[in-house]
Design a protein around this ligand. Structure first.
Ligand SMILES: [Zn+2]
Length: 437
């Protein structure tokens, strides 16, 4: 509980301090010399209004910059969106190209497997041929042994036949004629010869098949090279698209960051304007208090009617009360006939001029204006004047000219803003005056 109360105290102090030191110090009562005069307060209000006007100008300028930057950000965003689509497009193409490459690779792998299978068959055929040749050589050796035996046994006839043979097979055949080779031996030799021939034929077939497979593989590898070339091109396009997307992203981010800065700056200015407005309100409250103190409270309201301040004009462009057009409470009535500009404004009742302001900021507040104290707590105010013809402290009679109708301050065309207040609080003027044309 204690902490809560402490926090509240600190918070309220900070808030008051934020509002304005001047307001706070000006509220310390003390001696009369410490208090600001009406003129000093009005000077303060004018100063803050000028500051706020400058800030508003800056805010409006920032509005333009924010709009421009938003446009740039939107453009970058649109480009980024398109570019992302393009990146997706290339991502897809690269994906499918990779699928093609995978399929091609698996075909090449299959061919390699088949080639390897044939290599194995070739190796086996080679081994079989070697084995058969070895077998053959051994048999020939056995045969030679027989021949040698026949020769050493002195069979010259056989020797004569055999000496005419040109190779082992012929020798074999000749020796059969001689009758020294058994039928079994002869068949075996013939079979062996046939087997070797078959094996050589198989080997040839395998080699032809292998060559065909290798040609197919070469063709596939050439196709693969084409695919990889296409993929490389796609990847280049993909990279380019991505780079461009990155670029657009960077520019979008940049504009967003600028936008944030501008928005922050503008928010800050708007905050300062609201602080200024709070200060002005506080000063106006002070001014109201001073005016109430200075009004002829001892005196009573003058006898007699109130007169219409701008005779001959009666077009009411805005009544007393809530103003939907501007979303504010309208504290008086606006008379804004065509041709009213420069017409005289007459005191609605006799009294003393307590405000005769002819310094103003275009576009803000009352512009040039006059307030007359009528006694009994009653005042009238005439705003947006073109000229002010009276001075503070001047006593005026009902019907005296206070100045002329203008278009100064917060005003969108020549008109008179007319207010009646009782003890500083605005009331509907039509409770007192009637239009007189
Ligand atoms: Zn008005």
């Amino acid at each position: 509980m204690k902490i809560k109360r402490l926090l509240r105290t600190v918070l309220s102090f900070v808030m008051v301090a934020a509002l304005n030191i001047v307001v706070v110090s000006s509220y310390t009562p003390a001696s009369a010399s410490n208090r600001l005069t009406q003129q000093e307060i009005r000077d303060e209000i004018n100063r803050i209004e000028q500051e706020n006007a400058d800030r508003q100008e800056e805010i409006d300028k920032l509005d333009g910059e924010i709009t421009d930057t938003q446009k740039f950000a939107e453009e970058a965003d649109a480009l980024l969106g398109n570019q992302k689509n393009e990146v997706d497009y290339y991502n897809n193409l690269v994906y499918y190209k990779n699928e093609d490459i995978k399929a091609m690779q698996s075909e090449i792998d299959k061919k390699n497997d088949e080639i390897k299978e044939l290599d194995d068959k070739l190796a086996k055929a080679d081994a079989d041929i070697k084995a058969a040749e070895k077998n053959n050589a051994e048999n020939l050796e056995k045969f030679a042994q027989i021949i040698r035996t026949m020769y050493t046994s002195g069979n010259s006839d056989v020797f004569g036949v055999l000496s005419g043979a040109t190779d082992f097979y012929q020798l074999m055949v000749s020796s059969e004629i001689v009758g020294n080779i058994t039928e079994k031996n002869y068949e075996f030799m013939n079979q062996l010869k046939a087997d070797i021939k078959q094996l050589e034929a198989d080997k040839n077939t395998f080699e032809t098949d292998k060559k065909a497979l290798e040609d197919k593989r070469t063709a596939l590898e050439a196709d693969m090279k084409i695919l990889e070339g296409e993929k490389a091109d796609l990847v280049t396009l993909q990279d380019e698209a991505q780079d461009k997307a990155d670029e657009y992203q960077a520019s979008y981010d940049k504009y967003q960051s600028i936008l944030n800065d501008l928005q922050y700056e503008q928010d800050n200015l708007k905050y300062l304007v609201s602080v200024g407005e709070a200060e002005i309100e506080a000063f106006e409250e002070q001014l109201k208090q001073l005016i109430i103190e200075n009004t002829q409270q001892g005196t009573t309201l003058q006898e007699g009617d109130w007169i219409w301040p701008v005779p001959g004009f009666g077009y009411i462009s805005c009544y007393y009360g809530w103003d939907y057009d501007f979303g504010r409470f309208h504290k008086g009535i606006d008379v804004g006939d065509w041709g009213i500009w420069g017409s005289n404004i007459y005191a609605s009742k006799g009294g003393t001029v307590i405000i005769a302001e002819d310094w103003y900021i275009p576009g803000y507040s009352y512009g040039k204006y006059v307030t007359v104290d009528h006694g009994g707590g009653y005042t009238t105010t005439y705003a947006h004047m073109d000229t002010v013809n009276v001075y503070v402290g001047q006593v005026v009679e009902k019907g005296d000219v206070l100045g002329t109708v203008g278009n100064t301050g917060f005003s969108t065309g020549p008109h008179l803003h007319f207010e009646i207040r009782i003890d500083g609080e605005p009331v509907d003027p039509f409770g007192y005056v009637e239009i007189y044309r």
